[in-house]
Design a protein around this ligand. Structure first.
Ligand code: CMP
Length: 143
């Protein structure tokens, strides 16, 4: 079954949005396979955001994601990678539709509450970067 990596960013944790965000994906029907509150090191942040290394906002991005705890998650389900991104809304919260997480709760592109993998390749890379195999759980879920 397809898996994705989702992460409530420091702004979402500080604003007490973890429960709300977890609840949206649970109610949709996806299965939570792993979750932890963690502080990202600068080294991990640079690996995670490596594709943005040349962007002018790279320093700001790494600084923000390491500024406080994040809530890292692995979610599982059919088409979860693209559906989760639809549920998150556009990267810039001001352009994100109402009803999406960023559309409902965000105001700035830097502090946009949640990150989600954008492809099967990045999902695999990001899950491996943030989780040990033993931290990902397999269990049956009632639909
Ligand atoms: P995310 O999905 O985590 O992936 C890359 C992040 O870069 C993105 O969310 C935004 O939070 C961030 N980002 C994109 N554009 C800008 C920008 N112009 N200034 C600051 N951060 C940005």
């Amino acid at each position: 079954m397809e898996q994705t990596f989702l992460m409530v960013k420091p702004d979402g944790v500080q604003r007490n949005l973890v429960g709300e965000i977890v609840s949206r994906f649970e109610r949709k029907g996806f299965k939570l396979a792993g979750a932890k509150l963690m502080q990202i090191s600068e080294e991990t942040a640079k690996m995670h955001y490596g594709e943005h290394e040349d962007k002018p906002f790279f320093g700001e991005l790494v600084g923000f994601i390491t500024s406080g705890p994040v809530f890292a998650m692995v979610w599982e389900g059919e088409n979860v990678i693209s559906t989760a991104r639809d549920m998150m809304g556009k990267t810039n919260p001001l352009e994100a539709a109402p009803g999406t997480i960023r559309g409902d709760y965000g105001m700035t592109v830097g502090k946009n509450i949640i990150h989600g993998s954008d492809s099967p390749e990045s999902a695999e890379k990001e899950i491996n970067l943030f989780f040990q195999v033993s931290e990902i759980k397999t269990y049956s879920k009632q639909d």
